[in-house]
Design a protein around this ligand. Structure first.
Ligand code: BES
Ligand code: MN
Ligand code: MN
Length: 452
């Protein structure tokens, strides 16, 4: 009944999703503040129309949208989290259809946010709506928090959760903001990496210099930056900051065994990225490196002459943005302390360094002994008619560790994206079949959790 209701109302569902997707809810962009408010208001109105008493709750920056249905007395309460903010769509010229226009082709939906995370959170809304419109009730109680700052590291969320502990009290958190293992391979996630992010500004001479008149005698900030950044990894692809691995929890032998037997491996990553060789940390398989080992990436690098042709200049400044993906039990602050100390230690004479810290997030591991995890697995198997995998993931969702720390909640991580969905990139997509399978799975999940 609920499932056939979803089928019957599929066109209406897509029309609403199209409206939701059309808001350019780009959290990082200061010019989009009003769009963020409009998106939040649209969502809150949508929740209210569904019977969830939607409301927009202010934070220091972008609002949280809250809604709830509490009519299942004696049944578990799910705290469903999603984020309505998206990454900037640039470079626009690489999109095959407009970024904020929901477009279907080749079995995929395309649009910014369709997988990350507007499309995925919409799956929950429509599953809830299908219950309320057919049975007039849900098998569980639901509370929804839909935030607008995930893509900028959820800076307002710790205070928001702490200030609303009673409102948000629940039995488990549920999040769909992550990929499955592959097509036809639904998965429950049990681990996410964390993040530490820094910006390094090096300043040398007062202004750009003629490299013939000064080069060789005056320290060049671009040279210095390259050398300093080059010291962060060694020839074994290990991070070479003293003490960096001290609090890294090793992969369990069973995890390594499971990873060995996964149906996706190095070939998938080579083909998905177009590189002819991977560069994993020595001694680890590529998937181990992505899921369960820390990594360091330079995210942006600027200095000197960027125009056509040659210019003999000794630049006055050099800048880098860099980040680390962290695994349990690493702490973002401690990692940045170690990085800053190391860079200060090797800073050459004649160069000044400014070290800026950006929003980070803790790594997260969920409690795998929670019987609800097994329920989630069965729900996904029912929704997709395929075996469900238990996996870790390399991305970061700051709220997962906060759910545990602030609200003492375990999290069910069941996403419907795919590893090659172009998240954060042009032509972000979501497999239509995963959108539909996702709705079926969530309908099953609520029913099964209601029976516990
Ligand atoms: N949905 C992703 C996180 C994700 C990606 C989880 C892949 C699992 C697998 C999320 O929206 C995201 O992009 N997070 C940022 C977090 C950061 C801004 C604090 C990330 O991982 O870069
Ligand atoms: Mn996301
Ligand atoms: Mn994202």
């Amino acid at each position: 009944m609920v499932l056939s209701h979803l089928e019957r109302n599929y066109d209406r569902c897509l029309a609403q999703l199209k409206e939701f997707i059309a808001f350019p809810s780009i959290s990082t962009s200061p010019e989009h503040g009003d769009e963020m408010k409009r998106t939040a208001q649209w969502l809150a109105d949508h929740l209210t129309a569904m019977g969830l008493a939607g409301r927009v709750m202010q934070t220091a920056r972008h609002p949280v949208v809250y809604g709830e249905w509490a009519g299942a007395v004696g049944k578990p309460t799910l705290l469903i989290y999603g984020h309505y903010d998206v990454q900037p769509p640039e470079p626009l010229e690489l999109w095959e259809s407009p970024a904020f226009e929901l477009t279907e082709r080749d079995g995929y939906f395309f649009a910014r946010g369709i997988s990350d995370d507007k499309g995925q959170l919409f799956i929950h809304l429509k599953a809830i709506e299908a219950y309320l419109e057919t049975e007039g009730r849900l098998p569980v109680n639901v509370k929804l928090i839909l935030e607008g700052e995930e893509e900028i590291g959820s800076p307002s969320l710790p205070a928001f959760l702490a200030a609303n502990r009673r409102l948000l009290a629940a039995d488990v958190a549920v999040i769909s903001d992550n990929p499955m293992l592959g097509v036809g391979m639904p998965a429950v996630g049990y681990g996410l990496r964390g993040l530490a992010y820094a910006e390094v500004l090096l300043d040398g001479p007062n202004g750009d210099l003629h490299s013939g008149r000064f080069g060789g005698a005056v320290a060049n900030p671009a040279n210095a930056l390259c050398k300093m950044l080059g010291s962060l990894k060694d020839e074994h692809n290990r991070i070479a900051i003293p003490g960096f691995y001290d609090s890294v929890r090793p992969l369990a032998p069973e995890e390594r065994e499971t990873i060995k037997n996964l149906p996706i491996g190095e070939k998938f990553y080579r083909e998905a990225t177009g590189v002819d060789a991977l560069a994993p940390e020595e001694g680890y398989a590529a998937i181990e490196c992505i899921w369960a080992r820390p990594s360091m990436d330079i995210n942006g690098l600027t200095s000197g002459f960027q125009g056509e042709g040659a210019k003999t200049v000794l630049p006055a400044k050099a800048r880098a943005k860099l980040s680390f993906r962290l695994v349990p039990d690493q702490e973002p602050e401690a990692v940045l302390d170690a990085l800053e100390a190391h860079l200060k230690h090797i800073l050459p004479p004649g160069i000044k360094m400014t070290f800026i810290r950006h929003e980070g997030a803790h790594p997260a591991m969920v409690d795998r002994s929670d019987p609800m995890l097994e329920t989630a697995r069965r729900a996904l198997e029912a929704g997709f008619g395929k075996p469900c995998w238990l996996i870790r993931q390399g991305g970061t969702i700051p709220v997962v560790s906060l759910m545990k720390k602030v609200l003492d909640l375990n999290t069910l991580l069941l996403g419907f994206g795919l590893p090659d969905e172009n998240a954060h990139a042009p032509n972000e997509r979501l497999l239509v079949e995963n959108f539909r399978g996702g709705m079926r799975s969530i309908v099953e999940l609520y029913r099964m959790l209601g029976g516990m």
